[in-house]
Design a protein around this ligand. Structure first.
Ligand code: IPE
Ligand code: MG
Length: 223
């Protein structure tokens, strides 16, 4: 969900107003997913690198994420959405926010219509490091380690590999998002800044995805 700051700056507003405006886009996408039957949606809300921002913006983002969670969790629950989080729940994340994350996860854990995963204090490399640490801690022998071992030790082993990854705001980078999981994901890049990314454009990205031929390293028509 990139481009909030630039959107705000282009309007002469403080960057934080861009984050506020992005909430609308997020729920347009959530609602579109529910309508068309997308079962897994993962959003990149806060990266392990975002701590480098000025402390007032970091503080705003921590508060704003907690605020959204509190305001929206019941509505998501009513829509059959299961909320999950991936990322490091370390000392930098306020305890109160971690508690809210646990509560939202607990409240919605039996929902099955869609799993809405929020990547918070998430980094793709950190996820792989954490997986390796858990594998070593579990005493798994080096020669027993396969790709499946790594997959099984990611933050959410149940999360399928993403079919489609959308990046907004004209940046043609992955920026540490789902590095292990994206090996065969289709990528869509758009110049639209996140606060202007709405339903129509999301559906257009899905149509674009539907026209792609995914070969997973094989040859068309054979498996
Ligand atoms: C994305 O918008 C939101 C977060 C990273 C939390 P940015 O804040 O990165 O917006 P730009 O890239 O500065 O425009
Ligand atoms: Mg950005």
């Amino acid at each position: 969900m990139d481009g909030n700051g630039r959107w705000a700056q282009s309007k002469g507003l403080p960057r934080t107003q861009g984050h506020r405006a992005g909430e609308h886009s997020l729920f347009e996408v959530v609602e579109a997913c529910l309508e068309i039957g997308v079962e897994w949606l993962t959003v990149y809300a806060f990266s392990t690198e975002n701590w480098r921002r000025p402390s007032d913006e970091v503080q705003f983002l921590l508060n704003f994420n907690e605020d959204i969670l509190l305001r929206r969790r019941d509505e998501l629950n009513d829509h059959g959405v299961r909320i999950r989080f991936v990322g490091r729940q370390d000392w930098r994340v306020p305890k109160r926010l971690i508690r809210q994350m646990h509560e939202a996860t607990e409240l919605t854990k039996n929902n099955r219509k869609m799993t809405f995963t929020i990547a918070f204090n998430y980094g793709g490399r950190a996820e792989i490091v954490d997986a390796v640490q858990r594998i070593v801690a579990a005493g798994i022998a080096a020669e027993k380690i396969t790709e499946t071992t790594i997959t099984d030790h990611l933050y959410d082993p149940e999360m399928p590999e993403p079919d489609l990854i959308i990046r907004t705001s004209g940046e043609y980078r992955i920026s540490n998002f789902l590095l292990w999981e994206l090996a065969y994901s289709e990528l869509v890049f758009t110049d639209t800044l996140w606060p202007e990314f709405q339903r129509q454009e999301f559906l257009a990205a899905i149509r674009d995805y539907q026209d792609r031929r995914r070969r997973f390293g094989g040859v068309d028509g054979r498996s």
